[in-house]
Design a protein around this ligand. Structure first.
Ligand SMILES: Cc1cc2nc3c(=O)[nH]c(=O)nc-3n(C[C@H](O)[C@H](O)[C@H](O)COP(=O)(O)OP(=O)(O)OC[C@H]3O[C@@H](n4cnc5c(N)ncnc54)[C@H](O)[C@@H]3O)c2cc1C
Length: 437
């Protein structure tokens, strides 16, 4: 890094080091830009590490691969370094944490961990700098381009870009989940039992019995669990569901963590007292970050809609595909309130969903792109976040090199570069408007 921790300079600064942020940084650094990630937690990965979220979903549709590029590179680096901690699309979050450090080293990406972005400095239509806070105290980071990959559109909101939260009619967001891992499980006994029971009669009666007995607000209907590659006696659970928590309100978030951990303690009892092979199981770890499925998203130059997803809409300025369902975890209680598969296998995500015309040098990537509540319920999965990160990082690098703005960069150059770097954009002709290649 250039100066001391209080006054840093880079070409491109990525705010938030989740899967969208690291992907944006890889692409920016690969293009030769001096790149810095600022991350409030103590490791990269966001939900994939501090949220214990895996596997990668929505990579294939109807047998066709929809997401490639930086996702492939991340998976390959994971396999090269931790061969026992990864299967095709599932991984050990701890191995992912180390893999992302290795990737940052490979690309000489500067990382500022344990550091909050607290404010920004605007100069007319551009972000001139971000203010930060960490153990050194308050500091400032100046750069030519910025990418908001905070998941919550923190920086876009500070820059005055209009944002929306939740459903149009009442602002309610999808339910959140704090994932946890249990150890000392005989997974050979536990998993078949859990899956069979889920198919046959579900978990409602068991969960309701324990909710009453221990006075906790249980809203799960299933006990979704995943094996963790390389850990034979561990399962990671995609529960408990909590509602009414605001992912951009500090007090509300604190309540969310405490409520979820109260339920997790009851879930550990349920496991020990009911599930074969779990008599001596224990809570191995609880996610450091609450699983916020939805908070702020920007109102950008184009707003991706639920209909675009359902119809499998294609765009002339597509930067990636997206093929997951509209997967809405009921904001008001139990169940998944809508689940519609995209017709035609996948929809495109247009470049215009990654910026607002109001700010010249700021892009968004990942969970806070410009989309409706319904469209985000599909585009929020990690591979799509990685793909929008790759697009935002590549676009910012082009703007940096050509001294232009987010809305004025040459989109065919962006799309060509993305495909050259392994991204999958269907229908793209690499020779479009250029001499035969
Ligand atoms: C419970 C749950 C289960 C899921 N299951 C799956 C699944 O099985 N498969 C799948 O593919 N997807 C799944 N998803 C979706 C997916 O995990 C997320 O939508 C995706 O990882 C979001 O990536 P992101 O990089 O946009 O945001 P995040 O992963 O949230 O990363 C944002 C980063 O920014 C940092 N940050 C935020 N604000 C600041 C600030 N002001 N200053 C500095 N840093 C900041 C955060 O600490 C974080 O590291 C799930 C999501 C949840 C919540």
């Amino acid at each position: 890094m250039d100066a001391n921790a209080h006054n840093l300079v880079a070409d491109i600064v990525v705010l938030g080091g989740g899967m969208a942020g690291i992907s944006a940084a890889i692409s920016a650094a690969r293009a030769g830009c001096k790149t810095l990630i600022i991350e409030r937690r103590t490791s990269l990965g966001g939900m994939a590490t501090t949220g214990l979220v895996m596997p990668f979903l929505g990579v294939f549709s109807k047998g066709r691969k929809i997401i490639g590029g930086n996702l492939d590179y991340i998976l390959q680096t994971l396999k090269d370094n931790f061969p026992f901690s990864v299967t095709k699309l599932a991984f050990d979050p701890e191995a992912m944490r180390h893999t992302l450090d290795i990737i940052a080293d490979n690309y000489q990406i500067d990382i500022l961990l344990d550091t909050w972005v607290t404010d920004i400095v605007m100069r007319s239509n551009t972000v001139a700098a971000v203010k930060i806070y960490n153990k050194s105290g308050a500091g400032i980071v100046t750069a030519r381009q910025f990418i908001d990959a905070t998941g919550d559109a923190d920086i876009a909101c500070m820059a005055g870009i209009p944002c929306k939260v939740g459903r149009d009619n009442d602002g309610k967001t999808q339910a959140y989940t704090l994932r946890f891992m249990m150890g000392n499980i005989d997974a050979n006994q536990a998993q078949p039992w859990l899956n069979e029971r889920d198919k046959e009669k579900g978990f409602l009666d068991l969960l309701e019995t324990y909710a009453k007995r221990y006075h906790v607000p249980i809203l799960d209907m299933h006990f979704q669990n995943f094996e963790v590659p390389g850990r034979k006696d561990v399962l990671v659970f995609n529960v408990p569901r909590i509602i009414g928590i605001d992912g951009i309100d500090g007090c509300s978030l604190s309540e969310g963590y405490r409520r979820a951990r109260r339920i997790i303690r009851v879930y550990a009892r349920i496991m020990r007292e009911n599930v074969p092979g779990c008599a001596h199981a224990y809570i191995l770890s609880t996610a450091e970050s609450l699983g916020v499925r939805e908070s702020r998203r920007i109102v950008g130059s184009y707003i991706l809609t639920g209909d675009d997803v359902i119809q499998g809409k294609k765009f002339a300025d597509a930067v990636c595909g997206n093929c997951w369902w509209i997967d809405i975890h009921n904001p008001q209680g139990k169940g998944v309130s809508e689940m519609v598969g995209p017709k035609g296998g996948h929809n495109d995500i247009p470049y215009r969903a990654l910026f607002s015309d109001q700010v010249d040098n700021l892009w968004v990537a990942g969970r806070c792109i410009s989309a409706t509540h319904e469209a985000l319920a599909s585009a929020r999965i990690m591979p799509t976040c990685i793909a929008t990160g790759q697009a935002a990082g590549t676009a910012a690098a082009i703007a940096n090199q050509k001294n232009t703005t987010a809305s004025l960069i040459d989109i065919s150059e962006l799309r060509r570069k993305l495909v050259q770097d392994g991204a999958i954009i269907t229908g793209i002709n690499l020779c479009d408007g250029h001499p035969p290649c």
